[in-house]
Ligand binder design. Structure first.
Ligand code: ZN
Length: 287
């Protein structure tokens, strides 16, 4: 389900290389000083975002996300698998996104500049993702096979948006290239241009990036809060993952399910956080 969630990707042939990035010293210096924390009024507790991510320029990752998303849509369009604007399921997804997006910016101020986009790709895969920069895609398989309610779609979308907002892809790329210390030293010794190269290499992996367990927990909780604030029933987070668990028993090896294990831990953690967002949900419903 995510770039972040990992291979939410249709298939390797849909992946393509990001163009080479020019190193940008000024940006990296600015990024290194930024700390991404949760919003002051956040109900779920996920702490600060990883500092490691600052070693890879955010704008480069977002540009790669936008580019790779465009390429993915092109491939889908060429196969006649890209839903048109009049598609009812696509309209449903876009309506849900429109309700969630206003609550995204407090989690990452860069999201103010993102050009959010939602598309639906015809594929049996149980999959969905949100690339860095706010580019969201759902596969028809996740809607149809899991028979998702609007509340459940909001939980999936919130989870994917949370991966992008918390910049998990950016952090994964930095970490996958070496330890934070090694990257720091490398940046000092070699000049920040080296980091541009790193970002370029990492950018080719956007759609197949594997997130850590803690990234997944963070995405679950931030997504839960986003959806609750948008007026979607927090209980749907539990029903969603129960459906995922059932689907994974019947169909092993699917990309989203293989990167999003739905065990008792995940569901228990969501259940434990329901009281934190219940009030947000009730207020949103009243409003
Ligand atoms: Zn995920």
């Amino acid at each position: 389900m995510c770039t972040r969630c990992e291979p939410l990707v249709p298939s390797a042939d849909l992946l393509s290389r990001a163009s080479a990035w020019q190193p940008r010293r000024a940006f990296l210096l600015a990024a290194a000083g930024a700390v991404l924390t949760g919003p002051a009024l956040a109900q779920v507790n996920v702490g600060n975002a990883s500092m490691a991510r600052n070693l890879v320029p955010a704008d480069r990752i977002e540009a790669a996300g936008v580019q790779q998303y465009g390429q993915l849509l092109e491939k889908a369009r060429a196969k006649g698998a890209l839903a048109g604007d009049g598609n009812a399921q696509l309209q449903r997804l876009r309506t849900i996104a429109t309700r969630l997006i206003p609550f995204a910016t407090p989690w990452n101020s860069r999201a103010q500049q993102w050009k959010w986009e939602v598309n639906l790709i015809g594929s049996k895969q149980i999959n969905a993702f949100c690339m860095p920069g706010g580019k969201i895609a759902f596969f028809t398989g996740i809607l149809e096979q899991l028979k998702l309610s609007d509340d459940e779609v909001a939980m999936v979308m919130g989870h994917e948006m949370a991966h992008a907002l918390r910049e998990h892809a950016r952090a994964r790329m930095a970490k996958s290239a070496g330890t934070g210390a090694a990257l720091s030293i490398g940046a000092q010794l070699l000049g920040l241009g080296q980091m541009g190269d790193l970002a370029a290499r990492a950018g080719t992996q956007l759609l197949t990036l594997k997130f850590s367990r803690s990234d997944e927990t963070e995405a679950d909780l931030v997504g839960l809060e986003l959806a609750a604030r948008a007026g979607y029933d927090p209980q749907a987070s539990v029903s969603l993952w129960k459906k995922m668990a059932a689907a994974s028993k019947n169909q092993g090896g699917l990309s989203f399910l293989s990167t999003h294990p739905s065990g008792p831990d995940r569901i228990q953690q969501l259940e434990a956080n329901l009281p934190k967002v219940e009030k947000l949900y009730r207020e949103a419903k009243r409003g």
